[in-house]
Design a protein around this ligand. Structure first.
Ligand code: ARG
Length: 475
């Protein structure tokens, strides 16, 4: 059977039964299921901007080196502009038979400008092309998501500044532990999100090398200027090993790992919002803008947005585990398995962006019930540690002894159905004769939080200073 490449006529790019881009070696088209499993155009069309950007940088470099004529480069440039307009307007004829975004755009380019379009792929492979496009896409996503994280941090810092001195119960094991301020609690999430942003910045730094020019796997015999394409696309430098460059998806994995950790943080805040909104707590209220009603229970005001932020963690973590599993055990260099890298990243990026937007919205929307939080801040013997610390400081008891004495006082108060401040001095002295009336001064919530002046502690002055620091840093 003669190969198509042996025949003298130039095959029409879009009407060959065999694939137009590599049809020379083939005489027949793929089976329907082959085409279906092979095609990525259904999802990788999302990278069309990056694909065109990469192609223009490649063409400009080929032209500078004289590998492509100035005329051809100009034709490519205007052809790509027309294609971009078509895609933007939703008029581009995407074809599954052309597999992916790279071949769809190239075929359309050739349809429009002829041989100049056929020269674009000189010194390039889809393997370095897709690696470049995908890095550019992830980099753009990082920039957008970092800005969104910053916005959530700013929203939290503003709430923290407003509530730097408003006490709430602090919990460990979800049991009342010690009073903290609501502002302090908000700033804890600012710290978490700052690390999320830092992880993205690290990911971006390592990602920012350009695979273009690595070609299929071995590099190319054309004397490409890889520094030029790298710079044109905003990369710090070209990748140093062609095999690694076409088979590396660490940047996508790091992105997903950052996403999974951040989603976990958002989920923890969402979980607290759900708890705080519940009727037994009523620490905060969300408006109609961030709640839904029930079709049967007229009194309900459900925190669905928070619940869905919490739930998005599942698909985001799933994306990370999914891609790790795809990449595990792949021999160098490129394998088609790697086409499965995009959907999890696209999906996780969407879910993360939506979760951040919903979180920013809820934080700005919520109304804390400061009176109710203050009321519960003192319940559950929350100032017991303050009492123990007083015994150490004033009576010079060893801490372990003070702990034991306080434990007995708590048991006594519990038996009498009062809180610690409700015990009489005589009751206290029955347990520890050295206790004086001065002790009552440390048993209030206000005194407790004000005393936590250690760096990073919950004293209102600390919290106000940290909130100001963050608001300045984020402005
Ligand atoms: N659509 C492919 C992907 O996303 C592009 C690279 C194809 N390379 C190849 N040698 N078949 O991975």
């Amino acid at each position: 059977m003669p190969l198509l490449s042996d025949t003298p006529h130039q095959p029409d790019l879009r009407n060959e039964a065999a694939n137009v881009q590599w049809g020379g070696r083939f005489t027949a088209g793929p089976s329907v299921v082959m085409q279906e499993i092979n095609a990525s155009i259904g999802f990788d069309r999302k990278m069309w901007r990056q694909d065109i950007r990469g192609s223009l940088a490649h063409a400009a470099m080929l032209a500078k080196l004289g590998i492509l004529s100035g005329e051809d480069e100009a034709a490519i440039r205007s052809g790509m502009a027309a294609i971009a307009a078509e895609i933007d307007a939703g008029r581009f004829p995407f074809e599954e038979a052309l597999e992916d975004i790279h071949m769809n755009i190239e075929a359309r380019l050739t349809e429009r400008i002829g041989d100049a379009g056929r020269r674009l792929h000189t010194g390039r492979s889809r393997n370095d092309q897709v690696a470049t496009d995908f890095r550019l896409w992830v980099r753009d996503a990082i920039d957008g998501l970092s800005a969104q994280i910053t916005d959530v941090m700013a929203a939290l810092a503003q709430v923290a500044a407003r509530h730097a001195a408003d006490p709430m119960p602090g919990f460990t094991h979800l049991q009342t532990a010690q009073p903290v301020t609501f502002g302090h609690h908000m700033l804890a999430y600012v710290e978490m999100l700052a690390r999320d942003r830092g992880r993205l910045a690290d990911c971006r730094r390592r990602l920012n090398e350009c695979p273009l020019g690595s070609a299929a796997l071995a590099g190319t015999s054309f004397p490409l200027d890889r520094d030029m394409t790298a710079a044109a696309l905003g990369f710090d430098r070209p990748t140093a090993n062609s095999l690694d460059a076409v088979s590396d998806r660490d940047f996508a994995l790091e992105f997903l790992a950052s996403a999974a950790i951040s989603a976990m943080h958002l989920s923890r805040l969402a979980e607290e919002i759900v708890i705080w909104c519940s009727a037994p707590y009523r620490f905060i209220r969300l408006s109609d803008a961030f709640t839904t009603g029930s079709s049967i229970m007229p009194q309900k005001r459900n925190p669905d947005a928070a619940e869905l932020v919490r739930a998005k963690t599942g698909r985001i973590t799933g994306a990370l585990v999914g891609l790790l599993t795809v990449m595990k055990g792949l021999p160098l260099a490129y394998a088609k398995d790697m086409q499965e890298d995009k959907e999890p990243v696209f999906d996780a990026a969407d879910a993360w962006a939506l979760g951040l937007a919903a979180t920013a919205g809820m934080v700005r929307d919520m109304t804390p019930d400061t009176a109710r939080m203050a009321e519960f801040a003192g319940s559950g013997f929350a100032t017991a540690t303050d009492l123990a610390d007083w015994l150490v400081r004033v009576l010079k008891l060893p801490f372990r002894t003070a702990h034991h004495v306080t434990g007995r006082l708590v048991a006594r108060a519990e038996a009498l159905g009062v809180d610690l401040a409700g015990l009489s001095l005589a009751e206290m002295q029955a347990v520890e004769p050295g206790i004086t009336a001065e002790v009552f001064g440390v048993l209030t919530v206000a005194a407790s939080v004000a005393s936590r002046t250690s760096y990073g502690g919950t004293a209102p002055r600390n919290v106000a200073a940290q909130a100001t620091r963050w608001m300045e840093a984020l402005a």
